[in-house]
Design a binder for this molecule. Structure first.
Ligand code: ATP
Ligand code: MG
Length: 390
């Protein structure tokens, strides 16, 4: 039996005049997500997007997987396409297509949706007739309209009649690309990939920035970040990653700044450099994986000192979350196992024994100015490495 996917748009339904544009972005994102799965036709009507496989070998199992990670879809169904748009064809297809589920169930109900008002039968009639056909085929079943084991959906649309069971849950959120662009500061840790995922969920298109300090940090550490971003891009779409050569800046920091301010000045340098890269890439915000109170550099005072270094808005989607809540999401997006691989991050190079948890901005700025990082910042910006994350 021929099958298609029916996708229900999420919040974009609410967006009034922008709806068309939102839908176009969503369709483009779906197309990118399915690019290596087969040939599909993607159309939309009545806040539903339809994915129609055009060749025999199009892999619908994989297509479902991919679609379940595209933001902007609340739910989706894999549905049978009836041979004809007639009640007869519906009655024939429903028991066959859902045979396995109906056999295993004790109770069921039918729900009909008739968006083609020219169809000669109204929804209650479609339900009654389909219910009858199913009872005929599976006499052990009983109808239960309140809490059925299986709900059989019949959808009569402009271009066909479709049968499916309970819809699957979509990724939610809004389509990536409709919420502007931002740069995610990505380490190899647990938090920043989750932060990236959360902002992509709100429609933000990402550019990634990673600071590397070879030989203190290894090529393996950077390669781990690439693998993490490949996981994130299953939700966030393809993105560019910039690797910033940070070694000389960190060495200068070690040599020319007071030890208790190492971390805070390093964070400020990261923000300053990231802001410049962000602007060059049309990004209007920075994103970090910081969570209040998690470490010394994430106290209110320290975050204030960090923020002051850049004039761009900084999103910290994890700010009010516990570590366990962050870990739960990292499991869900499948980054956890990669994140816990033990490679060093530049943040753990030259860590002070007693970092200031309440840094005074004036002294931090003075210490940073005294050392003078401008030339090395320029040099780092002139030597960025670009990696394309598919
Ligand atoms: P994570 O698990 O994301 O590494 P963390 O709890 O270990 O976070 P820190 O190491 O203090 O916290 O880093 C705080 C944030 O700073 C990170 O979430 C990330 O956004 C950014 N960051 C840290 N190290 C790097 C790096 N090497 N390159 C780019 N950004 C970084
Ligand atoms: Mg870290």
């Amino acid at each position: 039996m021929k099958e298609i996917l029916l996708l229900k748009n999420g919040e974009i339904v609410l967006k009034g005049l922008n709806r068309r544009q939102f839908e176009d972005v969503l369709k483009r994102n779906i197309k990118i997500a399915l690019r290596d799965v087969g040939k599909f036709e993607i159309t939309s009507a009545q806040s539903t997007i339809m994915i129609n496989p055009l060749t025999e070998d199009a892999d619908l199992d994989e297509a479902c997987e991919r679609v379940s990670r595209v933001f902007g879809i609340v739910s989706f169904s894999r549905a049978a396409v009836c041979d004809e748009k007639t009640l007869g064809s519906v009655l024939e297809s429903a028991p066959v297509y859902l045979e396995k589920q109906l056999k295993a169930a004790k109770t069921f109900k039918v729900e009909a949706k008739r968006s083609d008002k020219k169809f000669p039968y109204k929804s209650p009639e479609i339900c009654r007739e389909t219910g009858g056909a199913i009872l005929n085929a599976f006499p052990h079943l009983k109808v239960d309209v309140h809490d059925p084991d299986v709900t059989v959906y019949v959808e009569i649309r402009d271009f066909g009649a479709y049968i499916h069971s309970d819809p699957l849950r979509g990724a939610g959120g809004i389509p990536v690309g409709t919420g502007g662009k931002a740069a995610i500061l990505i380490s190899g840790g647990i938090d920043s990939p989750v932060a990236a995922y959360m902002m992509a969920k709100r429609g933000v298109k990402l550019t990634a920035i990673h600071f590397a300090s070879p030989p203190y940090t290894s090529a393996r550490a950077e390669e781990k970040v690439v693998r993490l971003l490949q996981k994130v891009s299953r939700y966030a779409g393809p993105m560019k990653m910039y690797t910033v050569p940070f070694t000389k800046l960190q060495e200068k920091l070690r040599d020319d700044c007071p030890e208790e301010l190492f971390t805070i000045i390093m964070r400020r340098l990261m923000m300053q450099i990231s802001e410049r890269i962000a602007r060059q890439n049309d990004c209007a915000a920075l994103i970090t994986g910081e969570s209040l109170g998690q470490v010394a550099s994430q106290t209110i005072g320290a975050l204030g000192c960090t923020d002051e270094a850049a004039s761009m808005v900084v999103f910290r989607p994890l700010i009010g979350m516990d570590k366990q809540e962050i870990i739960d999401i990292s499991y869900k997006i499948d980054t956890y196992e990669t994140s816990i691989e033990p490679y060093e991050d530049c943040c753990t190079v030259f860590t002070p024994r007693h970092p200031r948890t309440k840094p005074v901005l004036k002294y931090v700025r003075e210490a940073q100015e005294r050392a003078g990082f401008e030339e090395l910042i320029e040099e780092a910006l002139n030597n960025l490495k670009t990696t394309y994350i598919p």
